[in-house]
Design a binder for this molecule. Structure first.
Ligand code: DGY
Length: 327
């Protein structure tokens, strides 16, 4: 009697919330990256030898060269909404599918976006540092003056599921909401405007567009110069969408008032001398927009269920790109 070899699923992190091995091990052998640091390209390639599916995270690079070495790989299931480190066209050209985890984290990321808006405009992080440093020795009326969020104008660049979730929160703050995206049209929350108008009229400019070759440096010197000198610029999308050198000049020269960033051009970024960290009016987070236990479990769960669907011969739940089923 011959026993049929079980399919292999490679996982690029061992500590994924939601316990994907429990769900997948009845149908596949799991190969887990066991170290705390990220696998290098060569290590990811080695991990996927003989694998049918890869469960990975944003930042893991899968491109044409990778796929040429892994013809047996049928599914790249990424546990994130953004998939800018995956060359989807190259994966599809190799007959494999990419799935993402859309629909699982937009409310969570909108919460963090709102946290950045509040923190930057009300100087929350700066004031916290001040108290911790033992410097709270007076309480004058001009002490830590910030800018109102309630009643301010919010401009959303990108109006997909995250942008709309931010708009729903903004309604509770009586904000005037405008948005810009390719598809024109208003809804009950927000009015569509041209990008330049949005930049001119908004007190808060929040960015919610994916990182693609077309959106690289979508916001640069021209755009920052159009913003109000009191404007708060928030990026919880991707660092590459913003020209970071222009942002630094915008903060240094007062073209804008403050910034709240969950993402940076280079991630992770352990450099304490990064110029962005020198500005007290710039709040910087280590890409934690989706970092709640529940959201991370949903993201990994979606990626896992795509793999289960592949093994059970069902339609994949959230394919991206041209190919919805492997060839
Ligand atoms: C996403 O889902 O795109 C988040 O930024 C995590 O990578």
């Amino acid at each position: 009697m011959t026993t049929q070899a079980r399919p292999i699923v490679a996982m690029s992190r061992f500590n994924m919330p939601g316990d994907p091995p429990a769900r997948l091990s009845p149908m596949a052998d799991l190969r887990l990256w066991s170290e705390k640091r990220y696998p290098t390209g060569a290590e990811l390639l080695a991990l996927t030898e003989g694998a049918v599916a890869l469960l990975c995270v944003n930042g893991d690079v899968v491109n044409a060269e990778f796929m040429a070495r892994r013809p047996g790989l049928k599914l790249v299931a990424i546990a994130s909404t953004g998939y800018d480190s995956i060359d989807v066209a190259a994966v599809n050209a190799a007959g494999a599918v990419v799935t993402n985890s859309r629909g699982t984290l937009f409310e969570t990321t909108a919460d963090l976006t709102f946290g950045l808006i509040l923190a930057a405009r009300r100087r929350i992080v700066e004031a916290d540092r001040y108290v911790r440093a033992g410097r709270w020795d007076h309480n004058d009326l001009d002490f830590f003056l910030g800018l109102d969020v309630y009643g301010a104008t919010l401009g959303l660049i990108g109006y997909g599921e995250i942008g709309q979730a931010v708009a729903r929160r903004a309604r509770g703050f009586a904000m005037t909401i405008v948005h810009h995206r390719r598809q024109r049209g208003d809804d009950e929350l927000s009015r569509w405007v041209e990008l330049d108008e949005l930049l001119r009229i908004s007190d808060v400019v929040a960015l919610h567009i994916p990182s693609t070759p077309e959106t690289r440096h979508y916001i640069g010197e021209r755009e920052f110069r159009l913003m109000k000198p009191t404007a708060t610029f928030v990026n919880a999308a991707r660092g590459a969408v913003v020209d970071e050198a222009a942002l630094i000049r915008a903060l240094r020269e007062g073209w804008i008032g403050s910034a709240g960033l969950d993402v940076q051009q280079t991630e992770p970024n352990p450099d304490p001398d990064d110029p962005l960290l020198a500005f007290p009016n710039c709040v910087v987070m280590p890409h934690i927009g989706s970092a709640t236990m529940a959201a991370r479990a949903r993201m990994v769960g979606m990626a896992t269920e795509n793999i289960v669907a592949l093994f059970e011969g069902r339609a994949l739940l959230t394919p991206v790109g041209e190919l919805a089923a492997p060839r």
